[in-house]
Design a protein around this ligand. Sequence first.
Ligand code: C2E
Ligand code: CA
Ligand code: CA
Ligand code: CA
Length: 274
Amino acid sequence: AKHNGRGWYSLFETGMDQSISARHALETELRAALAADGLALAFQPLFGPDREITSCEALVRWNHPERGPIPPSEFIPIAEQSGLIIPLSRWVLHTACAAAAEWQSSCRIAVNLSPAQFIRGDLLATVMTVLEETGLAAERLELEITEGVLMDNTERTLETLKQLRGLGVSLVLDDFGTGYSSLSYLHRFPLNKLKVDRSFVQRMGADPSARAIISAVVAMSHSLSLAVTAEGVETLDQFELLRAEGCDTFQGYALSRPLPASQIARYMRDHGKA
Ligand code: C2E
Ligand code: CA
Ligand code: CA
Ligand code: CA
């Protein structure tokens, strides 16, 4: 029994070693990419009910020299576990604000935050510095947070969010409906907007209860003076349904894919009269 146990254990250990060293290799390469200007941003426009651009979300991209594009769902968790998320997020914030400051449009720029940035405690100072460095008006910056941020460390988080609001920055609760979705968050924290997760949008056509949930979320949000964004809008039928349900802004492939940084300035000049 002992022999079998050990044989199994060493096999298991080998597998673990491989995945740990693969993660470690990716982390090392990500660190190098960040240092050598090897990351990029894509910008996905968000639209109002008349298809006017209201904002753009910055999405980080990593084109690995050998492996090709690696999705953020793969490398953001590695960055979060290694602490690399802090310099990476600062790079994203600076690059996104600098880009938006150049657009011939008053459209806002939305940037995703990581929970680690709240734990570290210098988020407010970082945002103030980046706004100063780039000359972007605070009113043009939207910060997207997830429910996880609101769940832990609530007193200090609440204080930081209030201070960010005090600067004029907007706060968006991202991926609403995927986590605990406690309704108490919605009035406890100084949020401006809520993004209904794309899983609801995708189920809406086939599942009437998904549509009922969106309808209820819109009613509740509006009664709390929160705007509602629908994400993952992949068809014009979904766009029309969501518009009929009273959603305020819309994001998804049906309206625009994320655009490379090299295209966004021209796109904003041609479409971004918001
Ligand atoms: P997210 O914040 O929910 O971002 C929206 C994701 O949905 C993006 O994926 C976007 O490309 C994708 N998307 C947009 N329209 C559609 C659509 O119509 N259908 C479908 N199926 N997907 C659509 P992406 O760029 O792969 O990013 C995935 C996640 O990685 C983001 O989800 C966000 O959580 C994280 N992420 C991306 N960039 C950053 C960043 O700079 N910082 C941090 N902390 N996280 C980031
Ligand atoms: Ca987001
Ligand atoms: Ca989202
Ligand atoms: Ca999401």
